[in-house]
Each structure stands twice: as structure tokens, then as C-alpha cells.
Ligand binder design. Structure first.
Ligand code: SAM
Length: 299
């Protein structure tokens, strides 16, 4: 576990976009490896940062790294889903904040931790929960219980998978004989139906199905919608919200919600077009390739 780490994506752009005030109150809704948290905290004097992550293991590592900031009360870490941001802040008696940042999706730590089942490269149980302490849905349950139609829709809508129907069919046929339990079993089923010319493309044929399953397991679209709805209420005037997304559907949601807020006169949009990684960042961190950052300021 200890070698696992995560290179933050668009970190300078996202944190600069918050226009941090040294005495302000900020929320990092996706602490992960703590890159954003640490950069924001370094700019605070009397201000504080509330950091949220659904993944207890991620928070444990950041707790070890930021002991002095936590002892000073400058950083408060909370194990929760960011969909509950209002409750988390209410428990801390925080009623409004100066900035909220969310860097969506999964961290490289989670992807590289074989036991979590996020990666199609290693054999592992089909889990994919960010919060392993929850008794929520797992990828194994989805693969073995969703109807063929629901699997097709899932792979198509959340994965943009061109072979969604065929993959759903082979899953349903296979599970009649035996439950599908591991990442490798699922990868082999996908490989068995994807035509050779697609299998040779630069992205692995299982990429889209794994992404769709992860997003469904963690209800990532639902959580994003809840975070957006709460954020507008929580921000002080001149407070900022910065969201980094890695999925076209998520970016579309952020874009449309920001436009609605602007039309209603609640916010200014600070990114007419989304900010994307520089050539240098793309070269150094290929994982940043689909990242898009959008920022608003509350009026
Ligand atoms: C891309 S990483 C964040 C990396 C972080 N910005 C850094 O600098 O290290 C995303 C993190 O958000 C967490 N996460 C994703 N969805 C979440 C949700 N709905 N609620 C809370 N945490 C979530 C994941 O567990 C993961 O640790």
C-alpha cells in the first residue's frame, strides 16, 4: 500500500481558480492523496479546510502526512460521500464556505490497489466501491443481477461502449452457468466478443465497461448532482466552485448546471471553455488526458 500514490491533475489551475483567501474556509470534496488539500492549506493562515473522501484508506494516508495541520485545526478530515456535504458541514457548525473543489472519479492509489477491483489488469474480486466500509452495491452484484437491457444501457450510457449489447448478452449467458466473480473472468468475456481490430486499439477493450461499472457502483452521477445542488447554497458571495471531471457526461452536467445558475443571475462563469491540461502535464501524466476544469464565482 505504501508505494501507492497519485499525481494530482490540473492542481495549479484548480487551486488558483479558487482565489484562496488566507482566512477563508474551503472544502476539498475529494481529498484522495491530499495534493489539492496540501496546496490549499499552505495558503491559509487563520483559515481552514474541510477535506472529504468516501475512501477511508485514502484519508488514513493523508492524516499521517498532515498531522501538524490537523493538530492546529487548519485541516479537518471527514470520511463521507460528498453528496452529504451539507450534513458534514452542519456537524462542524460551518454554515457557509469561500470555496469548494472536487476532482472527480478515482485516484491512481485506488486504481493501483489490486484488492479493490478497479483495474482490468490484475485478478481481483469485482468490488469497485470507493467506500469499502459501506454495504453498498458492488460490481459483482451488478454483473450478476442486472437484466440484459439494464447492462446494455449501463455500458452504453456510462461507458460509451460500442459493443454494449453483445457484452451484456455474453455476461447474462455466462452467469447462467456460473456467477462472475473476478475482474479476470469479466475481462475474458469481453475479450471473447470484441473483434480483433478493436482489441488492438490503444485503449484496452475492457476500459469502458470497467468505467461504467465503477460509476454505477458509486452512483457518481447522482453524487455529482447532489454536490452541485448543495454547493450553490453553501458558497458565500464571491465564493468559488471548481470541478475537475474526467467523463464527458459529467462535464456536460457541470457545464449545464453552471449555465443555468448564470441564467438565473446566481453566478459568473470564470471558464467560458473548460481548462484542460497543458502539453507538459499530458506528457508527464497521461492519466490527465480527459480532464476538464470548470469554475464559477457566486455573485
Ligand atoms: C481523483 S482523486 C482526488 C485526488 C486529489 N485531488 C489529490 O490531489 O490527491 C478522487 C478521490 O475522490 C474520492 N471520491 C470520488 N467520489 C466521491 C464521492 N462521491 N464522495 C467522496 N469522495 C469521493 C475517491 O475516493 C478519490 O479518493
Amino acid at each position: 500500500m505504501s508505494e501507492l500514490k497519485h499525481i494530482p491533475v490540473l492542481i495549479n489551475e484548480a487551486v488558483q481558480g479558487l482565489a484562496i483567501r488566507e482566512n477563508g474556509v474551503y472544502v476539498d470534496a475529494t481529498v484522495g492523496f491530499g495534493g489539492y488539500t496540501e496546496l490549499i492549506t499552505g495558503q491559509l493562515t487563520s483559515g481552514k479546510l474541510i477535506g472529504i473522501d468516501a475512501d477511508r484508506q485514502a484519508l488514513n494516508l493523508v492524516e499521517q502526512r498532515l498531522t501538524s495541520q490537523i493538530a492546529e485545526g487548519k485541516v479537518i478530515l471527514k470520511h463521507s460521500n460528498f453528496r452529504f456535504i451539507e450534513q458534514v458541514l452542519a456537524e462542524l457548525r460551518v454554515i457557509s464556505v469561500d470555496g469548494i473543489v472536487a476532482d472527480l472519479g478515482l485516484s491512481s492509489m485506488e486504481l493501483d490497489d489490486v484488492s479493490r477491483g478497479f483495474s482490468f489488469k490484475e485478478e481481483a474480486p469485482l468490488d469497485m466501491r470507493f467506500d469499502t466500509s459501506s454495504d453498498g452495491l458492488t460490481a459483482e452484484e451488478i454483473v450478476n443481477t442486472y437484466s440484459q437491457d439494464d447492462l446494455t444501457k449501463l455500458f452504453r450510457d456510462l461507458g460509451d461502449e460500442p459493443f454494449s449489447g453483445r457484452i451484456a448478452r455474453i455476461i447474462v449467458e455466462s452467469r447462467k452457468k456460473q456467477a462472475i466473480k473476478t475482474t479476470t473472468e469479466l475481462v475474458n468475456l469481453i475479450l471473447s466478443i470484441v473483434p480483433g481490430k478493436f482489441a488492438k486499439k490503444s485503449i484496452h477493450p475492457a476500459t469502458r465497461v470497467f468505467q461504467a461499472l465503477r460509476m454505477e457502483v458509486n452512483d457518481e452521477i447522482g453524487a455529482l448532482n447532489a454536490l452541485l445542488a448543495s454547493s450553490l447554497n453553501l458558497l458565500n458571495p464571491s465564493g468559488r466552485l471548481a470541478i475537475v471531471s474526467f467523463h464527458s457526461g459529467e462535464d456536460r452536467i457541470v457545464k449545464n448546471v453552471f449555465r443555468e445558475w448564470k441564467a438565473q443571475g446566481f453566478v459568473n462563469i470564470l471558464t467560458k471553455k473548460p481548462i484542460t491540461p497543458s502539453e507538459i502535464e499530458l506528457g508527464a501524466n497521461p492519466r490527465s488526458r480527459s480532464a476538464k476544469l470548470r469554475i464559477i464565482e457566486k455573485i
